[in-house]
Each structure stands twice: as structure tokens, then as C-alpha cells.
Ligand binder design. Structure first.
Ligand code: NAD
Length: 434
């Protein structure tokens, strides 16, 4: 089922180039219309028509006729009764692990006084209003609630709202509501896709606009975040999931196949890539995929995803495997090789790195602690996972007294005059009767 690409004789690198392009530009189209125009129209409609546009799209895309967009306190209380105590315990454990990991990222404000009386510093402040997107189109991603809300709470965000698409009966999965309450989300709204992103960016009668939108989603969600960026901030391009496994002869085919399938089941646009220098490992993984697929519920999504974006790539050696991975810049990178720690220094681009046969990707999805919301489509070249820094901002602090300003006043005036900005120069001169 994997598309096999043999890079061992790719003399001019053209196969590689086509491959990188295919894997990093998985945007999808609908009846020939590209995603950007579909999403731009949705955003425009929500901007103009607010709640009524949201309800219209919820009916169209989620097949749900909803009366109220905001989830009530009663819904949340009822959700606690529906969630199994064991699942609630797991949610709490996961929250604790995510909290402990992200607490290490906290930064303090600082002020640095100098002998001449000047003081420079940096004030660190949390964002006031953040909107979280939690996917719910094909699977209720309970864990994504924790993976976005907890880092925001650690950073000290005051108001956290959350949008997630409802099921056809208009309800939200109870475990999503419980996870939201446990993580400190203030308000939950029934809205999904690009329309939810637009609502959080521009506000509607019910949904308040926020300073930043954060969270993963399908290609419509990720594209909408791109288009509203500038009117509010976004975390990154966290679109359809990806996994790239670098494996050698020491890897266990059964594990590698299972891990590739675990990402393919997310979305028909998800990508699952194995890069290896061992032909027989590749053959065994292919056989394992066919075998394991038979028992999986989401096999239709998986088959479509693997057909388009599942690759088994053959390379000459480990160095070449790392080069291929660095170029694809995968969201998740698994190192199933004999000495995984020894190559960490060569990994340049990856959202999260899973080291060794016993650190499978779903460990990071649910329990390890680092946020599973990660950059996709090659954006790990310049983006980081969701983390505390994304929920804070910094203000520079500048204090000079009369003497220290006088000591540098000529420099400032010289700069201002060179820039032909005499009002700037004047703001200095008036203080020294020049
Ligand atoms: P989703 O909530 O992201 O998307 C569902 C919404 O998509 C619907 O409510 C609808 O509004 C919109 N939509 C569906 N079809 C549409 C169409 N034809 N036109 C316009 N809008 C349409 O849920 P999902 O679809 O299950 O996707 C979840 C995604 O999140 C997957 O792609 C998964 O790989 C990704 N994910 C990414 C990360 C990450 O960190 N990068 C983490 C978890 C999940």
C-alpha cells in the first residue's frame, strides 16, 4: 500500500524534489475549487453575518441544526456524569504531565540596572484572550483540548474560549467538555472548521474575538488560521498529521507499521513515510501494514491517505535518511534505529522527535507531556510546537535619568538629523535647552 520511492539512484535529485513538494503541499481541493478560495468565502460570510452564518455552516458541514452556539453549564455538569471515572483519571494524569513539562518553559520578567542610572528590562505578560480550536470532524480529539489549554493556563492566559464542531445531534462529546473544564477553559462553543476560526478572529454576537487562535485542525481550519493571521495571532500551521520513521535493520516491522497507520487514520490528507536503507525491512513493513489494516475501524481513511501520501523511501545509508527527513521537516519523526541518540545532532527540522522503539508517536499524542500540537506541511523548518512562549508577549522597559540621557543626547540628535526627522531631534534638544 505504500508508494515505493527508490532514492538510491536519484542522481540529479529530481525524484527527491517532487517528493518533498508532494508531501509539503497537501492542501486538497473540492470540485476543482482550491481550499483558499473556499475558506476565504466562509470567513467573509462569518464576518458579515455572524451567528447566522455559523449556524448555516454547522448545518451544511456538520449536519447539525443547532439552536444555541454556547455550551451551557448544565451540559458540562451532565458531561461529568457520562464520562467513565477511569477516563477522567487519565485526563487528569495527562493534564499533570503536560503542566509539569510546560512549567519548565516559564520565563520571568527582568530589569537590569546599570551604574550610570539607566535601567533596561523586559516585562513578560500573558495574552488576555485566547481561542482554542479542537478538532471534532472525524474523531473527538479530547487530548487536543489539554495540549492547547494547559500550556495557555501555565502561561497565565486570563480568558480561554474553545470552539469544536458538534455531532449531528448538536451535542459535544462529553469527554471534550470534561477535558475543557479540567484544563481551565472558560467557554465552549459549538462551531467547527473555517467558520469557527473566523468567529474567534472577528467575533460574532455570541463568540468573542480573541487575541490569538491556537490548535490543530484539518486543511480548512489550518488555511483559515493562515488567512486571519494579522487580524489576530495564530500558533502555527498545524494541519493534517504527518509521521516520518527513520528505520534500520534493528527496527521491528510490526511497530513501524503500527506507528505509520496511527497517523494515516487521522485524515485522507495525512502523510506516513518510512525512510530506510534496508529493503527487507521495507518489505516486512508493507506486509504488516496490510495485515494490521484489516482490524482497524478507520481503514477507509487510512487506505486513501496511504494511497496518496504513504511512502516507503529507500536510501543508501542513515546520513541520506536524515537528509531526506530534514528536507521534509515532518511533524513527528520517529527514530527506530540501533543508536538513535547518536544522530540527534544531525536532526534539523522536526516538530517532535520520538527516540527508539519504545517511544511511539501516540505516547506523545496523549501522555508524555510536550504538546502534540505541532507544525505540519514542512513548517517545522521555522515553527515550534505549541508551548508557553506562544501565550506570552514581552514589553521592553527603558529608564534613563537626566544625566544618562545627556550622555547620549548628541548621538540621538545625530541619528535623527541623518534620518531627516527633526521632531525626533527636537524631543531631545528641548530637554537640554539646545
Ligand atoms: P476538524 O474539526 O479539523 O474539521 C471539521 C470541520 O471541517 C467541519 O466542522 C467543517 O466545518 C469543516 N469542513 C469539512 N469539510 C469541509 C468542506 N468540504 N468545506 C469546508 N469546510 C469543511 O476535524 P477533522 O476533519 O477530523 O480533522 C482533524 C485534523 O486535525 C486532521 O487533519 C488531523 O490530522 C489534524 N491534527 C493535527 C494535529 C497537529 O498538531 N498538526 C494534531 C491533531 C490533529
Amino acid at each position: 500500500m505504500l508508494n515505493i520511492v527508490d532514492l538510491r539512484n536519484d542522481f540529479d535529485g529530481s525524484i527527491k524534489k517532487d517528493l518533498y513538494k508532494k508531501l509539503t503541499q497537501r492542501t486538497g481541493t473540492q470540485n476543482g475549487t482550491n481550499t483558499i478560495s473556499i475558506v476565504a468565502e466562509i470567513i467573509d460570510n462569518v464576518k458579515q453575518n455572524g451567528d447566522s452564518a455559523l449556524k448555516e455552516y454547522t448545518k451544511k458541514f456538520d449536519k447539525a441544526q443547532i439552536e444555541t452556539i454556547k455550551v451551557s453549564e448544565e451540559d458540562i455538569t451532565a458531561a461529568y456524569k457520562e464520562v467513565a471515572p477511569e477516563l477522567l483519571e487519565t485526563i487528569k494524569k495527562s493534564k499533570q504531565n503536560i503542566w509539569s513539562f510546560h512549567e519548565k518553559q516559564l520565563q520571568n520578567s527582568w530589569i537590569s540596572p546599570k551604574e550610570d542610572g539607566t535601567m533596561l528590562g523586559q516585562l513578560v505578560r500573558p495574552l488576555e484572550k485566547v481561542g482554542l480550536y479542537v478538532p471534532g470532524g472525524t474523531a473527538p480529539l479530547i487530548s487536543s483540548v489539554l495540549m492547547t489549554a494547559v500550556p495557555a493556563k501555565v502561561a497565565g492566559v486570563e480568558k480561554l474560549i474553545m470552539c469544536t464542531p458538534p455531532s449531528q445531534d448538536g451535542s459535544i462529546n462529553p469527554a471534550i467538555l470534561v477535558a475543557a473544564r479540567e484544563a481551565g477553559v472558560d467557554e465552549v462553543y459549538r462551531a467547527g472548521g473555517a467558520q469557527a476560526v473566523a468567529a474567534m478572529a472577528y467575533g460574532t454576537e455570541t463568540i468573542p474575538s480573541v487575541d490569538k487562535i491556537c490548535g490543530p485542525g484539518n486543511v480548512y481550519v489550518a488555511t483559515a488560521k493562515r488567512l486571519v493571521f494579522g487580524d489576530c495571532d495564530i500558533d502555527m500551521f498545524a494541519g493534517p498529521s504527518e509521521i516520518l520513521v527513520i528505520a534500520d535493520s534493528s527496527a521491528v516491522p510490526e511497530y513501524v507499521a503500527a506507528d505509520l497507520l496511527s497517523q494515516a487514520e487521522h485524515d485522507i490528507l495525512a502523510s506516513s513515510v518510512l525512510v530506510t536503507d534496508d529493503v527487507s525491512l521495507l518489505d516486512s513493513v508493507k506486509t504488516e501494514i496490510e495485515k494490521q489494516l484489516l482490524g482497524l475501524k478507520r481503514n477507509e481513511i487510512i487506505e486513501k491517505s496511504l494511497k496518496s501520501y504513504g511512502f516507503g523511501i529507500l536510501v543508501d545509508n542513515l546520513e541520506e535518511a536524515i537528509e531526506v527527513s530534514n528536507n521534509i521537516a515532518p511533524e513527528h519523526l520517529e527514530l527506530c534505529i540501533k543508536e538513535p541518540m547518536s544522530i540527534l545532532g544531525m536532526i534539523k527540522n522536526a516538530g517532535a522527535i520520538f527516540v527508539g522503539n519504545y517511544s511511539p508517536e501516540p505516547l506523545g499524542d496523549y501522555m508524555a507531556g510536550p504538546s502534540h500540537v505541532l507544525p505540519t506541511s514542512g513548517t517545522a523548518r521555522f515553527s515550534s510546537p505549541v508551548n508557553v512562549d506562544q501565550f506570552i508577549k514581552k514589553s521592553s522597559l527603558i529608564y534613563y535619568n537626566k544625566q544618562s540621557l545627556e550622555a547620549t543626547n548628541n548621538d540621538i540628535v545625530r541619528f535623527a538629523e541623518a534620518e531627516l526627522l527633526d521632531a525626533h531631534a527636537n524631543a531631545i534638544k528641548v530637554r537640554f535647552n539646545k
